[in-house]
Design a protein around this ligand. Structure first.
Ligand code: B1M
Length: 213
């Protein structure tokens, strides 16, 4: 198979949620010398974008989104150690979580991988993280930056709820707040009083470094 055929196969099989084929093609891509970033940005992410577009049009439903997400997550397990360099000196501590009411984690996990690759120490609280859990974890881990991910317009308001909880706990001036996720914009981030926003994982790394500079 040519590199182009592998990338096309990865896109097509992710789109239909064929996890074993996606894993197999990921291995084949690596064996053929394809860069993990190429498989990620030219096949896996575009496939999930198409899944989202089909869901919006009513051509796909939740089960299709779920199996496509699982197929991508399987490939990420293989790519993760390759994307994240090891042994880099810590640039800072980053506490991350998907907000309460939201179970999307693929985008968050990708940001984590890129942050780790760039040399951040990442503490991931997972999904559905309530404001009080963020507060407790900030007290425990003393991160330089806390990151809130939200992927639904209905869960984005949790950014403000989280920031309010930090203020109430007297922690707001001790930690930098970054936000992101599919429906989030710079305007929304500004409106809720976040310090930083990024539209994708590589911008998130750049923005995190800028905020600490
Ligand atoms: Co859902 N879902 N989903 N979903 N899902 C979206 C997000 C949606 C846009 C699809 C659509 O309609 N086009 C839509 C939201 C619409 C909206 O609110 N505007 C949607 C919906 C409606 C829903 C449900 C409500 C469906 C239902 O039940 N009726 C439901 C909600 C469940 C809940 O959370 N309570 C639901 C459920 C699910 C699944 C569980 C089936 C599955 C999630 C699996 C998982 O994550 N483990 C799923 C999936 C797979 C998707 C799509 C198809 C793909 C998401 C994804 O992984 N994208 C998605 C459509 C889409 O996004 N195009 C969709 C790839 C990922 C790499 O990109 O997540 O954007 P992204 O992450 C980026 C950036 O956002 C950024 O960097 C990441 C990497 O580049 N980023 C940050 C993320 N976090 C950041 C933090 C930062 C900085 C940058 O700083 C802290």
């Amino acid at each position: 198979m040519t590199e182009q055929e592998i990338l096309q196969g990865l896109y097509d099989r992710t789109l239909v949620g064929d996890a074993p084929a996606v894993l197999d093609l990921t291995d084949q891509g690596l064996a053929a010398g394809l860069a993990p970033e190429t498989m990620l940005f030219e096949a896996l992410i575009p496939a999930l974008e198409e899944v989202g577009a089909r869901f919006e049009r009513g051509d796909f439903f939740v089960p299709e989104m779920l199996i496509a997400g699982r197929a991508m997550a399987g490939a990420m397990e293989v790519l993760r150690p390759l994307l994240a360099q090891t042994g880099a000196a810590s640039l800072g501590r980053f506490l991350m979580g998907t907000v309460k009411g939201d179970v999307h984690d693929i985008g968050k996990n990708l940001v984590n991988i890129m942050l780790e690759g760039a040399g951040f120490e990442v503490i991931d609280l997972g999904v559905q993280v309530a404001p009080e859990r963020f507060v407790a974890a900030i007290r425990e881990h003393r991160p330089d930056i806390v990151g809130f991910s939200a992927f639904l317009t209905t869960t984005m308001p949790m950014f403000k709820a989280n920031i309010n909880a930090l203020e109430k706990a007297g922690l707001r001036d001790q930690v930098i707040v970054m936000v992101g996720g599919a429906p989030v914009t710079q305007e929304y981030a500004d409106a809720v009083g976040a310090d930083g926003y990024a539209a994708d994982a590589s911008t998130a790394v750049r923005r995190a470094k800028e905020l600490l500079a």
